[in-house]
Design a protein around this ligand. Structure first.
Ligand SMILES: [Zn+2]
Length: 297
């Protein structure tokens, strides 16, 4: 009898233990990029980036999420950067561990940090993160902020100021096709767009002011409100209708690139947006020279 009870308990415990184990190890929401996706990215990136590195470069790609997880945006973005590293333009490390940013000696090994779709980073429990990142950029290094990298630093106005924008909803949802114009068609960071306005499927952020201020940034791409579908979306809050999509800025001795592109994998599988991001990254690394003076409209 006793052994029968024990056996029943044991039978019950197995699923319970499995349940606990699953709760502690949540399924990774970042999907693997399928072989076909890797091949597409390889074909798009080729053997060399646009700028030759002035010296050996090290890149830290950070993709921690405390809020919304852009699963395939992170997966395809990280894979694209892994493949771009194979061109020799930089060496890349990938992390979701705050220690990569809070350990100053570790952070300062790098020439640039990419925030690939990070959300709601926890500055409260990681108090060294923001001051380290600000000093990192001011010291002459780079910060490349992709899409929901603007969904961070709500309690850190200095860091939001460094990024130059902050998420304030996305009146342009990922299911739509929106029109974009080039604020600086001659910028080397816009060369992938070949001087032309374009339409594409993307989720685009509205930026909050402060910190967003066109007078402090060199805006590269904006929404083109001459397109009725783009002009007429709901929940637009900016009275000035200034909806910048990508920009660069010097910050201290360093450089910042932000793009609202790359909500999902479509941006990385689109040659123009992919190369816009790669060129933006090489600007932050210090290898692609570009006019980054603020250019108010
Ligand atoms: Zn998004």
């Amino acid at each position: 009898m006793k052994s029968a009870v024990m056996a029943a308990c044991a039978a019950l415990m197995v699923p319970m233990i499995a349940g606990v184990a699953q709760a502690q190890q949540a399924p990774n929401p970042i999907p693997a990029v399928p072989a076909e996706g890797v091949s597409q990215l390889e074909a798009l990136i080729g053997n060399a980036l646009h700028a030759k590195p002035a010296k050996a470069r090290k890149l830290l790609v950070f993709s921690k999420c405390e809020g919304f997880v852009h699963g395939d945006g992170i997966a395809y973005g990280n894979k694209a950067l892994e493949l771009a590293a194979k061109t020799g333009a930089f060496q890349a490390d990938f992390s979701t561990d705050y220690a990569a940013l809070t350990d100053k000696a570790n952070l300062f090994k790098y020439d640039a940090v990419v925030l690939n779709n990070t959300t709601r980073l926890n500055a409260k429990d990681n108090p060294a993160m923001v001051p380290n990142l600000i000093e990192f950029v001011k010291s002459g290094r780079g910060l490349c902020v992709i899409h929901s990298g603007a969904d961070n630093f709500y309690d850190s106005p200095d860091a939001a100021e460094m990024v130059g924008g902050q998420f304030d909803g996305h009146p342009w949802g990922g299911g739509g096709t929106w029109a974009f114009k080039l604020d600086d068609p001659k910028s080397p960071l816009n060369q992938a767009f070949e001087g032309k306005s374009f339409k594409t499927g993307e989720e685009v952020y509205q930026q909050k002011s402060p910190p967003y201020d066109r007078a402090k940034l060199h805006v590269l791409v904006s929404l083109d409100l001459s397109d009725p579908a783009t002009a007429e979306t709901k929940d637009q809050k900016r009275a000035d209708k200034d909806f910048a999509v990508s920009w660069i800025r010097p910050f201290g001795e360093g450089r910042v690139f932000y793009t609202s592109f790359a909500h999902d994998k479509r941006a990385f599988l689109d040659k123009a947006r992919l190369w816009h991001i790669l060129d933006g990254l090489q600007y932050t690394l210090g290898d692609l020279k570009a006019d980054d003076k603020p250019a108010a409209k």
